[in-house]
Structure formats: C-alpha cells, structure tokens
Design a protein around this ligand. Structure first.
Ligand code: 5GP
Ligand code: MN
Length: 339
C-alpha cells in the first residue's frame, strides 16, 4: 500500500464509521484470523464493526477471540444485506474477486461503500478504492499486521488482535514451513508473541482438537492416496459416501492434501472432494518449487490461488474429474520433472 493510500485510509478512519469486514467463502484460519484481528483493531477506534462470513467456518476455529460475534451470510442474509447496504466502509480480506464470496457477490458489487482490499492472492480485481495486494506475503494476517503498523498503531495491538493474527499466519504457512514464510514473517510472529499471543495454546487449539471421526476420515483419505510417478504427482479422493460415513464436518479435510506432497519426490498433490449438495467436486492443489498450481487451476478447474496452493472446482462426477486431471498431467510432465 502506497504512502498516499495510508494517508487516505487514515483520514477515512479518523471519524466514526460503519464498517463491514468480509472474507472469502469457506473461510480458513487466515480469513477468520485477519477479519477478527482487523475487527478488534477497528473497534478500538470507536467504529461500528461487523464481520460477515459467507458461510460457516470450521469448528477448530471456534475458540478464536470474537468468533461468537461473526455473522453468517447464508443463514442471516437479510440482516447482513442491510448492514452491507448501510456500511460506509467494507474491508474485503483474503480474496481477490467478489465471486470468491459466493452468494455475497451481488450485494458487494452493488454496494456504494468505500472498499478496502487486503489480500495476498494472484490477479486481484480492481474494485477497491484502496488496494493492499501483495502476493509475496505469507498470509493476509501478516498484511493486517503491516496495515495496522503503517497506520502507526502497532502499539494498539493487544492479546486478542495478536492471537487472531498469529492464528492466520500459522495456518496459512503450514506452521511456518512453506516457502512464503520469510524472516520478516518470523519477526511479526515474535512481535505478536510479545503482545500476548500464546503460541503453544494456539497450536494446541487448532491442531490438537481433532475428533475421532476426523482422524478416521484422514485414515480413509490416506488409504485412497494414489501416486503417478512419471508426473511426480499424488492425489487423494473422498466421495460424499465416505464423508458421510465418517460424519464429515466443515474443516475435517483441511490440510489433508499436504500428505500427498509429503511423499519423497512428489512435487504436485491434489485432493478431490465430492460435494453432492453443491453438485461439484472441490479441488485443492499443492506444489513444491516453481510449479504453479494457480496456473493449473485457472486453466482447468475454474479456480486459482497462489503458486504453491490453489483451489478449484469441477462440475463433472468425481471419477470424471480425476480422469480429467490424469489426462492433463502429461502436458505438465516436463515442468513437473524439472522441479
Ligand atoms: P484450498 O485448497 O485450501 O481451498 O485453497 C488454497 C488457496 O487457493 C487458498 O489461498 C484459497 O483462498 C485459494 N482458493 C481456493 N479455491 C479457490 C477458487 O475457487 N478460486 C480462487 N481464485 N482461489 C481459490
Ligand atoms: Mn490467506
């Protein structure tokens, strides 16, 4: 964000505003952490602030400070529409295009509020009056920290903000192990610990709160794992029947795709998860090195994301989606074997 943008945002927030904060659909740790971290910060400025998420967030995030006050658009759409239509300022966090909010797209696109985007995904749309977009950032939470810091308010970060931002940086970096984790990310994390984020407690709340059924579902996913050595690729499938068998809850498959990438020699991993209610197969892609799953997802699976982590969808059946994936792999063999 340029200096004149910071001056503009500072002027905008210098008087009391009605503010709505919106992250992407199927919000993850970074989406929830950045939204609530920013919310706690803005509430210190005496604004009226609401966080509206497009749909439910995973139960492993339920403990997060402020989580109780989050509004869900899919179950409270009229109330949320009124808030959005009445807002002076809308922050859009952790996404690059309105369609990433699902059913919220029209109300956001029609809103007259001033939009501020904070996001680290590739190819941001140009809808915001203030755009803070940086694809080199580990997470939107790290950007929210920078945003608060650039506004000269790092001293206002207390335990709640620190806890929210720590959570999103931790989840989006795979606990500080992905290539997007920089020395600056670690410095921000150190600051957040000094400001009250309890690292052991946060890790425990997120990663050691599994249900028995979630672990059993992971077992099934791992037994479904297939490897295509010539493409250095591994993939996992989970059908709707399998999800039902293990009483699937939102968030239960988060991170499972990474097991494919943990195989020695594998540089591309995918998971295909059938969603009969939406009539789609949700796809997650992960890669190592320079192989861009963002490009692959954009080209073939109606999605996008980052170089090493992207999502997408398919309206074909689960089997047909996997067949399509297998059929496009040879065209990537050279790139995959160059990694
Ligand atoms: P995941 O596989 O965990 O759902 O998503 C990986 C990354 O890609 C996340 O940063 C997520 O926001 C992004 N992403 C997931 N699905 C989509 C999609 O359909 N379109 C775009 N543009 N990005 C996505
Ligand atoms: Mn993110």
């Amino acid at each position: 964000m340029e200096k004149h943008d910071i001056t503009g945002v500072k002027a905008l927030l210098s008087t009391k505003k009605k503010i709505v904060i919106v992250p992407h659909k199927n919000p993850d740790g970074d989406a929830i952490g950045s939204s609530l971290g920013l919310c706690h910060y803005l509430l210190k400025g005496d604004h009226k602030v609401h966080v509206v998420v497009p749909n439910e967030f995973p139960s492993f995030l339920k403990w997060i400070p402020g989580g109780d006050a989050i509004l869900k658009y899919d179950s409270q759409s009229r109330f949320c529409d009124a808030l959005i239509n009445d807002a002076d300022v809308i922050f859009t966090l952790d996404f690059n295009a309105f369609h990433r909010t699902g059913d919220m797209e029209p109300v956001l696109a029609n809103s007259q509020a001033i939009k501020i985007m904070i996001d680290h995904h590739q190819s941001p749309d140009d809808y915001a009056q203030f755009t803070y977009s940086d694809v080199s950032m580990s997470s939107t939470c790290e950007m929210v920290y920078n945003f608060i810091d650039k506004l000269g308010d790092a001293n206002k970060i207390g335990k709640d903000i620190a806890t929210c931002l720590y959570t999103g940086i931790m989840t989006d970096t795979g606990s500080f192990r992905f290539a997007s984790t920089t020395s600056t990310t670690h410095r921000v994390i150190a600051e957040l610990m000094d400001k009250g984020a309890n690292n052991a407690k946060i890790h425990n709340s997120i990663y050691d709160s599994n249900s028995y059924e979630k672990l059993q579902l992971l077992g099934r996913a791992l037994s479904n794992l297939k490897v295509i050595p010539e493409s250095r690729t591994a993939y996992i499938t989970l059908s709707q029947d399998e999800l039902n068998q293990f009483n699937y809850k939102k968030g239960d498959t988060e991170g499972v795709v990474n097991y494919g990438l943990s195989l020695d020699g594998v540089v591309l991993a995918a998971i295909f998860i059938e969603d009969k209610q939406e009539g789609i197969v949700k796809i997650s892609l992960r890669s190592k090195g320079n192989f861009s799953v963002n490009d692959m997802s954009r080209a073939h699976f109606n999605g996008g994301g980052h170089i090493n982590a992207a999502g997408g969808r398919s309206e074909l059946s689960l089997n047909e989606t996997v067949e399509k994936f297998i059929s496009i792999l040879p065209s990537y063999n050279k790139a995959l074997n160059d990694e």
